[in-house]
Design a protein around this ligand. Structure first.
Ligand code: SAM
Length: 232
């Protein structure tokens, strides 16, 4: 899948917390996870590194952030430098990750799988997670089928591979080998994103931002999300 205009917008505006619920939802999720100074965490598709920074500063965990987009990685590096956080940042694709088997205790993926080849990414996540490790994903989840034309329009705009229902996500996680799959929904939590703007932002990306907010408003019931947690 080619980089979409939407992902270009996120990178150029340096949007942090670019997942449903934002950083406040991430904080809630980690209250229920076993995480401490010894925990090796990967934020796969970390964007500008807001979650990675939070996990390193709050829990002192050994955090790695990885993203395919060099602008995102550069902005994450800036964030860690200015906050003096020892987070390792790597540029790479979730579909073929540059880490040995069983490298991490927790892998979190916030609004990334929808943009990639899901079976490939999930089998990579499974490979690099230690046995007994935890996999957490916050992902777009449709409740009903959309009109085909609308579905195509939204897929094109965001660069989504396909829309998934709750059952589709569960099947995908099971096929990759994950167990103990739990699903949660928490629509009450919302957070303001943070921004790290690039110097010269192409004017058409302002239109992309407007279209994104309009689509979200108009189809907020159709474009739902869930939190998926599971164990290897
Ligand atoms: C909606 S943003 C979410 C970013 C971050 N997780 C957050 O919540 O702020 C999606 C992210 O996935 C990254 N991404 C897209 N395809 C990827 C791939 N194949 N491998 C790794 N990251 C990818 C994008 O560059 C972008 O940073």
């Amino acid at each position: 899948m080619q980089q979409s205009k939407y992902l270009d917008f996120l990178a150029e505006f340096g949007v942090g917390g670019a997942h449903p619920g934002g950083i406040e939802l991430t904080k809630e999720i980690f209250k229920n996870e076993n995480i401490n100074r010894m925990t090796r965490v990967l934020d796969a598709g970390c964007g500008t590194g807001q979650t990675a920074a939070y996990l390193a500063s709050t829990y002192g965990a050994k955090v790695t952030g990885m993203d395919v987009n060099p602008t995102m990685v550069a902005k994450a590096v800036n964030r860690m430098r200015s906050n003096r956080l020892p987070v390792r940042l790597v540029q790479g694709s979730i579909e073929q990750m540059p880490f040995p088997d069983q490298s991490f205790d927790i892998i979190i993926c916030e609004s990334v799988l929808s943009f990639v080849d899901k079976p490939k990414a999930l089998s990579e996540i499974y490979r690099i997670l230690r046995t007994g490790g935890r996999f957490i994903a916050i992902e777009l989840t449709v409740n009903d089928l959309l009109e085909p034309q609308l579905e195509e329009e939204i897929k094109q705009f965001y660069g989504f591979e396909a829309f998934c229902s709750k059952k589709d996500w569960i099947d995908l996680c099971k096929q990759a080998g994950f167990e103990n799959i739990r699903i949660k929904k928490n629509k009450s939590i919302q957070s303001a994103p943070d921004f790290q703007h690039s110097e010269d932002i192409s004017p058409d990306l302002y239109e992309v931002m407007a279209e994104h907010y309009n689509l979200n408003l108009e189809y907020q019931n159709e474009l739902d999300y869930r939190i998926y947690t599971s164990t290897k």
